[in-house]
Design a protein around this ligand. Structure first.
Ligand code: AMP
Ligand code: GLY
Length: 428
């Protein structure tokens, strides 16, 4: 099969790395890709939302299967575009349509969806700018901390956790009235704070049936011991020690089954990944958010643990044949450490040469913000690499990943030193 992956992050490099190992993969393309995807596939300089160009590329390269990585093309309707063109509509595509992608594209939509289908989640109320006074009064009735969420896509920055009511009031005024996140904060949810440990669960749905992928834990803050501002994710671990069989079966019964059934009931034929962000509150699962895609850097750890042929899984999803699919998952641990540009998630400089990329026998180096210039690989984004180690124990995976990280340098590089440590303590 000829396969196209849309996207340019670490998630897409991990997909490309895994897909390249499949006996079903002939030619592999990534649009637009990065210096890492160029090692295993052909990069094509088309942006993720240039649907006409992507469609033409599929015709030119006789693409059989398209895998959509990031949320933006999904929310903008890449599936709807392909289905609307007679020359493209028979190409297999993994990723939900515009309506399905609203699970991520609108936090108000996803909250109402959860309430309609009895999926456990935090209590919330939604307000628009004309309801600012009601929102301020509502904050007076809330317990602190208070979670404020911009309704629309805000590149992972739309959630604010206010520790005081005063802070919440200033923040919501900024979001609604001053449009802090542009159109994304035209509506804001005021949500109850859930106190617990977070976990990401991934499901591949074909609209009727589903397959559950390995779970992972993400490390969202920039600094060690979960300090400093939120990022796209600074590391990931899979499996997760507190995700016991008992907890995961609660997740399947209370969250996954009603979600899949709810989508079908609302006539949303959801063919793609559902990333369920969960809070484990004293052993009970609550949904924090849905995403209409895989996580980054969770994918790097998850792909490292899937033993089955990933192309078979994707094909079955796109054909609506997941019912007969089983997934072989390695019992090994995978741990990914994100190496980022100095200054990230704030301002940072790009274009530094990365040294030591070759010295990584024991770990896989997935690229995110990188580009090739002559014989150099240069930094080209905030999150630059995710280095993934695998081992029989979490300690072994961790040691391999950090050993590889210490061999890679560029000016200003930053990474967390504590990825996986909390889970090692939990399993003691
Ligand atoms: P989101 O963009 O929805 O993933 O939110 C970003 C982060 O904010 C999450 O990963 C959580 O750490 C935190 N968060 C979101 N909603 C809640 C909540 N209701 N209670 C506690 N923390 C939350
Ligand atoms: N790592 C979190 C995300 O991909 O949204």
């Amino acid at each position: 099969m000829n396969i196209l992956i849309i996207g340019n992050g670490g998630r897409e490099h991990a997909f490309a790395w895994k897909i390249k190992q499949s006996k079903h993969c002939s030619n592999l393309y990534v649009a637009p890709g990065n210096a890492g995807t160029a090692q295993v596939a052909e990069n094509v300089a088309i942006a993720v939302d240039e649907f006409e160009k992507l469609g033409q590329l599929c015709l030119d390269k006789k693409i059989d299967l398209v895998l959509v990585g990031p949320e933006v093309p999904l929310v903008k309707g890449v599936r709807n575009y392909f289905e609307s063109q007679s020359s493209l509509k028979n190409i297999l595509l993994v990723g939900p349509d515009k309506t399905g992608a609203q699970l991520e594209g609108s936090k108000d939509f996803s909250k109402q969806f959860m309430l309609r289908h009895g999926v456990p989640t935090a209590k919330a109320q939604t307000f628009t700018v004309s309801e600012l006074n009601q929102a301020l009064n509502y904050i007076d009735l809330c317990n602190t901390p208070i979670v404020l969420k911009a309704d629309g896509l805000a590149a992972g920055k739309g959630v604010v956790i206010a520790t005081t009511k005063e802070e919440a009031k200033i923040e919501i005024t900024d979001m609604l009235q001053a449009q802090k996140f542009g159109a994304a904060s035209a509506k804001v949810l005021i949500e109850e704070f859930l106190d617990g440990i977070e976990l990401s669960v991934f499901v591949l749905s074909d609209g009727t049936d589903y397959v559950i992928l390995p779970e992972a834990k993400d490390y969202k803050r920039i600094g060690d011991n979960d300090t400093g501002p939120n990022t796209g994710g600074m590391g990931s671990v899979s499996p997760v020690v507190f995700a016991t069989k008992e907890f995961l079966s609660k997740v399947e019964e209370r969250v996954i089954k009603p979600t899949i059934a709810g989508l079908a009931k609302e006539n949303i034929r959801y063919q793609g990944f559902i990333f369920i962000g969960l809070m484990n509150v004293k052993g009970e699962p609550f949904v924090i958010e849905y995403n209409a895609r895989m996580g980054d850097p969770e994918t790097q750890s998850v792909m490292s643990r899937i033993d089955s042929d990933f192309v078979e899984l994707l094909t079955a999803c796109a054909k609506g044949e997941l019912k007969n699919q089983t997934l072989q998952i390695s019992s090994d641990y995978a741990l990914s450490i994100v190496m980022a540009s100095g200054g990230y998630p704030g301002d940072f400089k790009k274009g530094f040469a990365i040294n030591g990329l070759g010295d990584t026998d024991e770990a896989t180096v997935f690229h995110a913000g990188t580009k090739k210039l002559n014989n150099d690989v240069l930094t080209d984004g905030g999150r630059v690499l995710a280095v993934t180690g695998k081992g029989k124990t979490l300690a072994e995976a961790r040691e391999k990943a950090y050993k590889a990280v210490l061999n890679i340098q560029w000016e200003g590089v930053t990474f967390r030193n504590d990825i996986g440590l909390d889970l090692m303590k939990l399993s003691d």
